[in-house]
Design a protein around this ligand. Structure first.
Ligand SMILES: Nc1ncnc2c1ncn2[C@@H]1O[C@H](COP(=O)(O)OP(=O)(O)OP(=O)(O)O)[C@@H](O)[C@H]1O
Ligand SMILES: Cc1ncsc1CCO
Ligand SMILES: [Mg+2]
Length: 267
């Protein structure tokens, strides 16, 4: 898997895929910067009147419902349907799943459109699969990622999507494989939007390969590793956020070989 990720990172830097993000107001800037630091090209376009044309231009679409409004919800449904009709991959970040009926209704509609990949924290994945089990508080998880693996498997079967569950260990599930990523650092939970940044990076990787599972593992593991390396030289969350971009920018083959901690097996 490490070798695949090295090749995919090279491809992102060479091809600079355009990633169309309809995302939340909190992370708009940091996810654009994370994509640029990786070598991809972000564009944030939210108007229902514009999204179809931009989906046509982009190699991948990322939908993040963190600060959803009626208008962005409409834009997301138009964009996802257009992506499906035109064979474009799209990634869903179900931020705050379970916190309101409006959000849950939108998520139900988006799930029916079958995202290529879904990435959320443990509470969000549990809520998406089975509202009763959810321990939703807001946008931060109240559950350990391991506790959401069964919900992730159920969600995978229901949607056909590749599912990523973030936390101390990141899990990536397809119908055939399960990857566990042990990179990361607890300080990352004290910077907003690093999960959202993982989702955006997945958008870059799915923009350069048809191998959905590989793209998901690449996005998750690269963000987790960059965060881990940044945390190692940061006094706190402020410098972690800034150092993360430098780490993403500097990631090379040797660093990936030395530090990636991924185990991958069949299911
Ligand atoms: N306890 C932890 N120990 C080590 N790394 C962690 C831990 N929790 C999260 N991480 C790292 O942070 C990344 C983002 O995970 P997190 O679960 O915080 O996302 P999130 O809740 O969706 O974030 P946001 O909504 O703010 O974008 C993970 O992929 C992992 O690398
Ligand atoms: C804090 C917050 N509130 C809505 S979206 C968001 C960013 C993390 O997902
Ligand atoms: Mg999140």
């Amino acid at each position: 898997m490490e070798e695949t990720i090295i090749q995919l990172l090279k491809r992102v830097k060479q091809q600079r895929p355009l990633v169309h993000n309809i995302t939340n107001m909190v992370v708009m800037n940091n996810t654009a910067n994370a994509l640029l630091a990786l070598g991809a090209s972000p564009v944030m376009v939210h108007s229902p009147s514009e999204v179809q044309e931009v989906v046509d231009l982009a190699q991948a679409l990322v939908l993040n419902i963190g600060t959803i409004s009626e208008q962005t919800a409409e834009a997301m449904l138009i964009a996802a349907e257009h992506a499906n009709n035109n064979g474009k991959p799209w990634v869903l970040d179900p931020v705050g799943a379970g916190i309101s009926a409006f959000r849950n209704d939108l998520l139900a509609n988006l799930l029916e459109l079958r995202p290529t990949i879904i990435r959320g924290n443990a509470s969000e994945i549990m809520s998406l699969y089975n509202v009763q089990q959810a321990t939703t508080k807001g946008v931060d998880s109240t559950a350990d990622s391991a506790a959401a693996v069964d919900s992730g498997k159920g969600l995978q079967q229901q949607t056909g999507s590749v599912i990523c569950i973030s936390g101390k260990v990141d899990y990536i599930l397809s119908d055939q494989r399960l990857a566990e990523v042990r990179n990361g650092h607890a300080m990352m939970t004290q910077v907003t939007g690093l999960g959202c940044s993982a989702t955006a990076l997945i958008g870059a990787f799915i923009g350069v390969t048809g191998q959905v599972f590989d793209a998901a593992v690449a996005g998750v593991s690269i963000l987790s590793l960059a965060g881990e390396l940044a945390a190692g030289r940061s006094a706190g969350p402020g410098s972690l956020q800034v150092n993360l971009y430098d780490e993403l920018y500097c990631l090379d083959e040797d660093t990936l070989k030395k530090h990636l901690q991924i185990t991958c097996h069949g299911v």
